[in-house]
Write a protein that binds this ligand. Sequence first.
Ligand code: T46
Length: 133
Amino acid sequence: MESKLIDLPVFKDHRGSLVAIEGQRNIPFEIKRIYYILGTENNEPRGFHAHKNLQQLMVCLKGSCVLTLDNGKSKSKVLLNNPGQGIIVDKMVWREMSEFTKDCIILVLANDYYKEDDYIRNYQDFKYLLKMN
Ligand code: T46
């Protein structure tokens, strides 16, 4: 699976908007964990790691930030600022988040529980493991 932006179903009417996300229906994995990132007033960059196996969907519910993705072959920068879109971040992709607005809220849906041993926090280790795969 590649990392990619996907459109989410947005149900908009005179009351406002509702966005629905269903595991293995409009995203390609089952959802085991949900977390969210907020309180980014200091605009401190986050991430700087890859995951050995974890797949995630990231949705910016409010404000914006820049997500940089690096699969070892190419790097891309995506502005997350649309709650009607999500970005699937595949395993073995180095991610960095920066340029947070003060009001930014990022929702993340993950296909597994929190496991510290799934993290690759050193970029040289990440490049090495990519070569070994
Ligand atoms: C990712 C990016 C987008 C938990 O205890 N449970 C959890 O499910 C998570 C995600 C984190 N934590 C603890 C571990 C740390 O003590 O929360 C603290 C902050 O986590 P971290 O420094 O990993 O946060 P980010 O923003 O750098 O990375 C997070 C996710 O960890 C990561 O999987 O892809 O958001």
